[in-house]
Structures are given as C-alpha cells and as structure tokens.
Design a protein. Structure first.
Length: 225
C-alpha cells in the first residue's frame, strides 16, 4: 500500500469518516511523527520504498491515526539496526512526552525497557515475576529470574538520584545541590569529588529540597563497597 493508504487503512475499517476527515487524520498523524514535510508530496509512494526508519514512523502514524486510549506496541523496533533503533526510541520518548497516553510496550530488550519505561513487568512462562519501577527492579530484584536480568546492568546509566537519596534532613544538607531526576552517570564526577553531602532538589517544584545524597552511598550502590 501507499503511505496514505497504509495510515488510512484502520480509519476506513473501524470508523465512518469522510474522505476529508480521513485525510486530516492522516496528515495529523504524519505531523506527530515528524514525517509530513518529508512525504507530503509523495503520499502515493509505496511504503516498501521508504527507509527502515521512515517505515517505522508510518507504522506509528497508522497506530496513532485511530486515536487509541491505550497505545499498544508489540516489539516495534526489534527488526531495526542499532542506530535506527536508537533514533526510534528517541522519537518514542518525544511522542510519549507530548501525547500523555497510557502505553503498553512489549520488548525482549531489557536495556530498551529500562530506557523507555516508567514501570516494567518482567514475565516468565506467562507469569509476572516483578512489576516495579526500573530503579527498584535494578536495586531490589524480587526473584532469581529478575536478578539475572539486572546483574549486568551498569547501574550508573540507569539509576536516578531519587532512588538512592536519604530523607531530607536540614542538619545534614550540604551547599551543593543535585536534581532528583538526574541519572547518576551524568553527575557522578561532581558527587564523588564532593567532600560533603549534597542536597537533592525537585527542579519541577521550585527547587524544593527533598532529600540528602551521601557520596559514600553512591559508591556502595555502584560498587558494593
């Protein structure tokens, strides 16, 4: 099918829309996936003649065109090469931030799950072994099966400051601050060079202090020492 027919397919099957409404929904979906400017003059072009990344965006546009309340994606990036896969993960995060939809994303790639998810369900033989935040799954695996998923994960690339901070205590607060949402890897050098505790702040709430971070605890969490 052409780019246009591909995206319009579900609209014609599931909804009674006029040609104008279908066209507008197709255009809107292509705009959301940043494809409109690239293909607006070639909507009759066959999808198989697009690049791998463009084909994936068309598929995403098709699923968005029906305006789902829950967006279900079953291994959408599994067939892509690593570079395009990374680009599509970035695109997914952009869409997630702008659409504010509930998304169920199926993947066998644990690193992908850690990067994209707010919550992860790890399953074995159809049974959920653990349903938790990425941070807590890495720090506190519930079963041996889950532990195998996490044992080779570089913690500094996954864990946020919020997951290892202590409760806020003004008497222990230092002068330097760090965001609760910062990934440890991005601030590790300044933390480990600090001679005092750091005050953890919520940058989305007027930099309100919400916790204390002890440099020694970062070493313990990352290296077990």
């Amino acid at each position: 099918m052409s780019i246009y027919e591909n995206i319009a397919f579900a609209l014609r099957i599931h909804e009674k829309l006029s040609k104008t409404d279908i066209y507008n929904r197709v255009k809107e979906s292509l705009v959301k996936t940043v494809l409109w400017e690239e293909v607006k003059n070639n909507l009759d072009k066959l999808g198989v003649k697009l690049s791998g990344g463009q084909q994936q965006r068309v598929g995403i546009a098709r699923s968005l065109a029906v305006e789902p309340d829950i967006w279900f994606l079953d291994e959408p990036f599994s067939a892509l090469d690593p570079l395009i896969r990374k680009e599509m993960q970035d695109e997914f995060l952009r869409l997630q931030a702008s659409l504010h939809k509930t998304i169920m994303f199926v993947t066998h790639d644990f690193d992908e799950a850690l990067r994209l998810a707010d919550r992860i369900a790890i399953m074995k033989d159809g049974i959920i072994e653990q349903l938790d935040t990425p941070d807590n799954i890495v720090l506190n695996p519930a079963t041996e099966y889950v532990k195998k998923f996490t044992e080779d994960v570089p913690r500094e690339k996954v864990l946020k400051i919020e997951s290892i901070m202590d409760k806020y205590d003004q008497s222990l607060a230092g002068n330097n601050t760090v965001s609760k949402d910062a990934i440890i890897e991005t601030v590790a050098e300044s933390i480990l060079e600090s001679k005092e505790n750091l005050t953890v702040i919520d940058v989305n709430n007027d930099n309100k202090p919400i916790g204390i971070l002890q440099p020694k605890k970062v070493i313990t969490v990352l290296f077990g020492k």
